[in-house]
Write a protein that binds this ligand. Structure first.
Ligand SMILES: [Zn+2]
Length: 450
């Protein structure tokens, strides 16, 4: 095409290392018949950098290396999965309108894209065009009405984090309900928790497994699949739509991957490293809500609430909570939950450094942190009912106290100690009320590789 010229080649070949640290994701890409929907069938994926990246508008902090941030975001994904990108440039500034693709996969930061953002606060968006499940074009635009930087300036979004998230959409991934995942639905602004918001630059286990499930390699990994059903007293069972099913490494407590059940109640989690897992089913009722999962008209369209709502349930097999996953094998794990019992304990916000939000808390090994949780029923949790499922993370029951925040929910604070040898990854906080109800804040604690 005229106006385009080859300018550089990104890292083309994705390399897989067996001992590379693996992390956590959610697969939201299957259609109702179980077929993998929406992925690129041809490689390399040719990405056209709009000339706006070289002369960005004023909402991007002066001096920011926009092209470098876009390249690093692409490389995050191509270095962990069998994805190849080929970089070109284009004088086109605006993303294609719906139903009028131009077959140019554009990344643009131009102010010409203001009309693509009806809600003012979304930092980026990706418009994906597909044909029978094959992605034919995907365009990424940044919101010209919000501020960006790459140096952590408070009140701006981290440009590289936004690009990394949007490239996940470009590859066909939807949103994850694991708070520490790059593909979770909301991006933190720099300054939240009084920290730079860089953690979404790096892919979580969940994101990596998602990319590998779509593009390979699955060698040496296994799958879990099954149906989540509410079992009623009368013998009638009802499939649960929109439940979060996630797997936690039984040894370290790291959240490795999750999925959302289809209207049939079916879930599937692919690309799990072999090992022993705890597998948990939970209603999506905060911090990530069910209606935030679907980004397109796929199999989760129409998902508003987990239906029916149910209380968090840990899957059992042969009277044990340890679920084995074998390499190159799919393990069936269906499970039943109690019906007609909506959660009474619903944590909705987490926080640190004086601030509450819904974004994972970036913690560091060898340090102690004061953490907050707010939501319905939180004040009914006894001090001993707050715990971590990781041997590396401990919570001091003597530190639990009520916290004052301007929210409609009760809030508590407590101290978390992260052991010096804690592996990088996403970890959960487990709450248990005095009547035995449990709930996970899934992946609420994130520890990055330095
Ligand atoms: Zn998104």
């Amino acid at each position: 095409m005229t106006g385009k010229r080859l300018s550089a080649i990104l890292t083309l070949i994705a390399l897989f290392s067996v001992h590379a640290p693996l992390r956590a994701y959610t697969v939201q890409y299957r259609d109702s018949s179980g077929v993998i929907a929406r992925r690129w069938l041809t490689q390399p994926i040719i990405i056209a950098f709009s000339t706006s990246l070289g002369s960005p508008p004023a909402n991007i902090k002066t001096g920011t290396d926009v092209i470098g941030a876009a390249r690093r975001a692409l490389r995050r994904w191509s270095s962990v999965s069998n994805v190849q990108f080929f970089e070109t440039s284009s004088s086109v500034q605006a993303i294609s309108p719906p139903n009028a693709g131009d077959r140019i996969n554009l990344i643009t930061v131009s102010a010409d894209n203001a009309s693509a953002f009806d809600s003012q606060d979304n930092p980026g968006r990706t418009r994906v065009f597909s044909d029978s499940g094959a992605i034919t074009e995907a365009d990424i635009a940044l919101n010209p009405n919000v501020l960006f930087s790459t140096d952590g300036s408070p009140g701006t979004y981290d440009l590289e984090s936004t690009f990394t998230h949007e490239v996940g959409h470009l590859l066909g991934l939807e949103h994850s309900a694991i708070l520490g995942a790059t593909m979770q639905p909301r991006q933190a602004m720099n300054g939240l928790y009084n920290l730079p918001a860089f953690t979404q630059r790096t892919l979580s286990e969940d994101d990596i497994a998602g990319a590998r499930a779509l593009y390979g390699s699955r060698a040496g990994t296994g799958s879990l699949f099954g149906r989540l059903v509410a079992n009623s007293i009368g013998g009638q069972s009802q499939p649960i739509f929109g439940a979060h099913v996630f797997a936690e490494d039984a040894l370290t407590g790291r959240v490795i991957a999750g999925g959302i059940t289809l209207p049939s109640g079916d879930y599937r989690i692919d690309a799990l490293p072999r090992g022993s897992y705890h597998v948990i089913g939970q209603s999506l009722d905060g911090p990530v809500e069910a209606d935030e999962i679907a980004t397109a008209h796929g199999s989760y369209a129409g998902l508003v609430d987990t239906t029916p709502l149910f209380r968090t349930h840990v899957a059992m097999r042969s009277a044990s909570q340890l679920i084995p996953v074998f390499a190159d094998k799919a393990t069936s794990l269906g499970f039943f939950v109690s019906p007609n019992l909506a959660p009474a304990l619903t944590p909705r916000l987490i926080g640190m450094n004086g601030e509450l939000s819904t974004v994972a808390l970036p913690l560091k090994p060898g340090k102690k942190f004061t953490v907050y949780v707010a939501g319905e029923g939180i004040d009914e949790v006894p001090p001993g009912g707050i715990s971590s499922t990781s041997p590396f993370i401990s919570i001091d029951p003597d530190s639990v106290s009520e916290a004052e925040f301007d929210t409609p929910y009760p809030a508590i604070s407590f101290e978390i100690t992260v052991a010096r040898n804690t592996p990088a990854g996403e970890y959960s906080i487990l709450l248990q009320s005095s009547d035995g109800e449990i709930v996970y804040l899934v992946g609420a604690l994130t520890i990055d590789d330095e």
